[in-house]
Structures are given as structure tokens and as C-alpha cells.
Design a protein around this ligand. Structure first.
Ligand SMILES: Cc1cc2nc3c(=O)[nH]c(=O)nc-3n(C[C@H](O)[C@H](O)[C@H](O)COP(=O)(O)O)c2cc1C
Length: 168
């Protein structure tokens, strides 16, 4: 398919497959940005958007990353690797911004006040397994948005959990 052709979402969902290899042809920055922005548009609990995406494109960094991914060749072959992370402190850092943006969007003062109170309470009760599960959910929604936007734009993708987290 020519990259100028844009697939419908229905077609992208039907045709997306995990690629076993990549030709490494550079992806235009504009398209990469569209893919990342699709992730940023994803819904998240309390709108906290606790995802953090790291784009790896330099050959030497991809080579090292491959070493943290059980030597899976596609990490080095792909023109861009997006490392999808979750930030366990997002609710601490971003809550004010999120509530202020809610207020600008029409959230009532009473809901804003209740949220300032209840959200920190909710997260401080979490143990690390609960936080891990919560982050996983949020990040995977954004991750799926990016996979599908890449397919819409005509790019192959390969989701991967075959990596060693500490090494990554
Ligand atoms: C969260 C997740 C992690 C995955 N990790 C790997 C991986 O490390 N290596 C790999 O070759 N494929 C990986 N896959 C790809 C799956 O094997 C693939 O999506 C599945 O077989 C279905 O095939 P399809 O995506 O082509 O429909 C992963 C898929 C998902 C959703």
C-alpha cells in the first residue's frame, strides 16, 4: 500500500498483524508524531494520562535495546521503537493540571474539590501490585491507539513484551 493511502479504522483493525521483521525504511517524523499523538488522545482513568513514551531511533540505541529484548531482531530492524512506560507518580505530579483542565472544560467546582480530595486518597491506598495493574491498563489503551494509527497510516508494527524491564 502506498503511504499516501489512509486506511479506514475498520480496515486497519482487520489488517493489523504483528510483523516478524521490518525493512528499516525511515519513518517520516510527521507520521511518527501522528502515531504518538494517537496515544496521547487515549482515555485514561481520571484523565491522568500516566503513560510516558520513549522513542528509540538511533542505531546504537536500538542495538543496545535489542540486547534487553532477548535479542529479538525486529527491535534493531524497525525504524522506530516506542518504549511504553507508566509513571506511578503521575497522579502526584499532574493532578492539579488535570483538574484545572477539567475546570476549563466545564467541570463543576464541587467535582473539582471532591476530586482533589478523593484521588490522592484512592492512590495512596494502592500497593505496588495494584499500581502496576492500574498503569498497565492505562498504558495499554494508549499503546493500542498507536498500533492502530500506525496501521491506518500504512506502517507495520509488532507489539512486544519479550524484554527485561530492568535492562530496558
Ligand atoms: C502485549 C503483547 C506482547 C507481545 N510480545 C511479543 C514479543 O515479545 N515478540 C513477538 O514476536 N510477538 C509478540 N507479540 C505478538 C503476538 O504474538 C501476536 O500479536 C499474536 O500472535 C497475534 O497475531 P497478530 O497480532 O498478527 O494478529 C505480543 C503481542 C502483545 C499484544
Amino acid at each position: 500500500m502506498s503511504r499516501a493511502e489512509i486506511k479506514s479504522l475498520a480496515q486497519a483493525i482487520r489488517e493489523r498483524r504483528a510483523s516478524q521483521s521490518f525493512d528499516g525504511e525511515p519513518i517520516p517524523q510527521d507520521d511518527l508524531r501522528k502515531i504518538l499523538e494517537a496515544g496521547l488522545q487515549a482515555p485514561s482513568s481520571y484523565n491522568l494520562q500516566p503513560w510516558r513514551f520513549i522513542v528509540v531511533q538511533q542505531p546504537e540505541q536500538k542495538r543496545r535495546l535489542r540486547g534487553a529484548c532477548f535479542n529479538q531482531a525486529k527491535v534493531e530492524e524497525a525504524s522506530a521503537v516506542i518504549v511504553a512506560c507508566g509513571d506511578a507518580d503521575a497522579w502526584r505530579k499532574d493532578l492539579d493540571d488535570v483538574i484545572n483542565s477539567g475546570l476549563r472544560g466545564g467541570m463543576s467546582e464541587s467535582l473539582a474539590a471532591a476530586s482533589r480530595e478523593s484521588i490522592p486518597h484512592y492512590f495512596t491506598e494502592f500497593n505496588s501490585d495494584q499500581m502496576h495493574g492500574w498503569l498497565n491498563k492505562q498504558v495499554m489503551v494508549a499503546f493500542t491507539h498507536m498500533l492502530l494509527m500506525a496501521e491506518v497510516l500504512g506502517y507495520d508494527t509488532a507489539p512486544m513484551e519479550g524484554f527485561e524491564q530492568d535492562k530496558v
